[in-house]
Design a protein around this ligand. Structure first.
Ligand code: ATP
Ligand code: MG
Length: 398
């Protein structure tokens, strides 16, 4: 935590700096309010110890300036003063100071006051973190609700399109049979000798037209088209189902599931993100049913898969393997992405640890995954080599 000391008296400034650094804090110093204001803009200062009386901008004016600015973090301000009249203190507090120390400063007293400031800042930080986490989970819940709603709406039209296609395919088979019979009739007539000329002409017209439109091709292609449409609606139906299972918030109950199926349905949901950058190889082992919160595990798989694909620049591979081991199932998600530098490994599961650009990552994915796996009494580990790739291993007790 960086502490800024602002005092126009060099000796006093230096003394305070020495004392504070002895306690292990990092310090920066300024000689007046103006210089201090510049340093505050450029540094992540969390505590300021400053003299009240200074040239250019005095302590109280700087206090007001700091409070009026919308700085990203709260700064705890301790004013140093020889004023100790009640009115002075009230004036200082109302300008935004958090605490006072009477000059000349007693080091032990200053340490106690800094500790109090640090406590306030830690609390503020904690509140901010839990607020963001709460917002994140509320956002997830509302996205889930939205997705489930949209999925439901898509379900209905997909249902009748799919059922109509089935009927159409039955009709088409019958019509095809009739056309076959007509064609046979036409072929017979066209070679027959005792048919009146106008009929033969009509027959020949029909045969020419058939050739023009390539009737044989059309009849085959209609069958293929209907088949493809039916495959398409089947895919929509599966995606809708996956979305519904995946996203439905609040309905997650302990269930016995085949984890391989869960991974497949999650893969369906994130497939669009993956397909342009990576191939996916599945090496599924036969798994026993696992009692778990399936939607939460889906979220773990999703976070791992999205991280894997985000680590790949282009043409990578993701391997998902599962196995039943002694007393637990093991799921591995490997990628051929950038890998993780050694110094980041210990921070991966911390909330808000991210190396991604603002707006791309919030740094919550692995923290959420970790909490879910712990809730299942499981383990999550990582092995990685920079430039080679990363493997996350999840173990869940059966
Ligand atoms: N498969 C991976 N390959 C390389 N780095 C990874 C991988 N998975 C995670 N990381 C690193 O760990 C960091 C934290 O991951 P995490 O999923 O918690 O957050 P994020 O992906 O940055 O953001 P969010 O998941 O909230 O969108 C990432 O920013 C990245 O640096
Ligand atoms: Mg992530």
């Amino acid at each position: 935590m960086k502490i800024l000391i602002v005092d126009d008296n060099r000796a006093s400034n230096l003394l305070i700096k020495k004392v504070i650094e002895k306690w292990g804090y990092e310090t920066i110093t300024a000689q007046d309010g103006e210089e201090a204001w510049e340093l505050i803009q450029k540094n992540k200062v969390r505590i300021i110890i400053m003299d009240w009386m200074m040239p250019k901008i005095d302590g109280v004016t700087l206090c007001r300036k700091i409070r009026a600015a919308s700085l990203p973090d709260y700064i705890y301000i301790i004013l140093l003063t020889s004023k100790n009249k009640k009115e002075d203190l009230v004036y200082g507090f109302s300008s935004g100071a958090d605490d006072f120390a009477i000059k000349p400063v007693n080091p032990d007293e200053l340490m106690v006051r800094i500790k109090a400031g640090k406590r306030i800042i830690d609390l503020e930080e904690m509140a901010k973190k839990s607020h963001t986490q709460l917002m994140q989970s509320e956002k997830m819940a509302s996205i889930g609700q939205l997705a489930a709603g949209v999925a439901h709406e898509i379900n209905n039209p997909t249902g009748f399109v799919s059922s109509n296609l089935k009927t159409l395919s039955d009709y088409q088979n019958d019509i095809y049979e009739v056309i076959k019979k007509y064609k046979k009739l036409l072929a017979d007539i066209s070679v027959s000798v005792d048919i009146p000329a106008p009929v033969t002409e009509q027959v020949n017209n029909i045969i020419t037209f058939e050739q023009e439109i390539d009737l044989d091709f059309l009849l085959n292609d209609i069958t293929d088209l209907i088949k493809e449409c039916r495959e398409g609606t089947e895919r929509i139906r599966k995606i809708v189902l996956d979305l519904k299972n995946f996203a439905h918030p609040g309905y997650d109950q302990l269930k016995s599931v085949d984890i391989n199926e869960n991974i497949d349905s999650t893969l369906n949901v994130v497939w669009n993100e993956i397909k342009y950058k990576a191939t996916v190889a599945k090496e599924y082992g036969k798994l026993p049913l696992v009692k778990c919160y399936p939607q939460q595990l889906n979220q773990v798989f999703m976070n791992l898969l999205v991280n894997a694909v985000q680590a790949i620049e282009e043409n990578g591979e993701i391997v998902i393997s599962t196995a039943a081991l002694d007393g637990h199932v093991e799921i591995k998600v490997s990628d051929t992405g950038t890998g993780i530098p050694e110094e980041n490994i210990s921070k991966l599961f911390d909330p808000f640890f991210t190396t991604k650009d603002v707006g791309k990552g919030t740094g919550l994915g692995l923290n959420v995954a970790y909490n879910i796996i712990k809730k299942h009494n499981g383990n999550i580990n990582v092995e990685s080599r920079v430039g080679k790739g990363t493997t996350f291993t999840v173990q869940i007790p059966v």
